[in-house]
Design a protein around this ligand. Structure first.
Ligand SMILES: Cc1cc2nc3c(=O)[nH]c(=O)nc-3n(C[C@H](O)[C@H](O)[C@H](O)COP(=O)(O)O)c2cc1C
Length: 157
């Protein structure tokens, strides 16, 4: 169903700009244990966004997630990731999803942010045990890339 607000048309969750050009959205996510993956795939199915899983070059286990994973997360550093096949430049909106480790987004989230071309509208979505983490410092990494933050969400279980 199409609803009209001024000159912008909304269809469930696909936005159409004035002039009829469809906004394209991609979800890039990292997930160690599957929670973020399930959320990303659900959101993609609901919105029609393209969805891409991002893998680290060196697969983590529970131990390496804590050390050095949490240390990297706490200092907002990235990890080596396999370059995604998708071209981020061709999307208007980019949703970056990942888990919270030691109170901060996992290092692969920071690595995805590093790939952002300037000018994108970016949402940060994290999953965590308790929810409610402040993503402002990670959002600052996004704006340093010349992108704007659309929203930040941190889900709990
Ligand atoms: C190394 C590690 C550190 C974590 N640290 C936190 C934390 O500080 N706070 C929290 O609420 N949950 C924490 N969690 C739980 C995850 O954020 C949560 O289970 C998340 O949904 C997992 O996503 P995934 O299944 O996509 O990997 C941690 C999990 C791991 C593996």
């Amino acid at each position: 169903m199409l609803m009209t607000y001024g000159r912008i048309y909304y269809s469930k969750s696909i936005t159409i700009r004035h002039g009829g050009v469809k906004m394209s959205t991609a979800i890039f996510f990292y997930s160690l244990n599957g929670t973020t993956k399930a959320l990303a795939e659900k959101q993609a199915a609901e919105t029609g966004a393209d969805v891409f899983e991002v893998h680290e070059v060196k697969k983590r286990n529970a131990f390496t997630a804590f050390i050095p994973g949490c240390c990297l997360a706490m200092s907002r550093k990235g990890s080596a990731i396999v370059p995604p096949e998708a071209d981020l430049a061709k999307y208007d909106e980019i949703v970056i999803m990942g888990p919270i480790w030691a109170g901060h987004p996992a290092p692969a989230v920071n690595s995805i942010i590093e790939l952002l071309p300037a000018g994108k509208s970016v949402s940060l979505v994290c999953t965590s045990g308790r929810g409610g983490y402040d993503l402002a410092k990670t959002a600052a990494l996004v704006t340093e890339k010349g992108c704007t933050i659309k929203e930040t969400i941190c889900h709990g279980k």
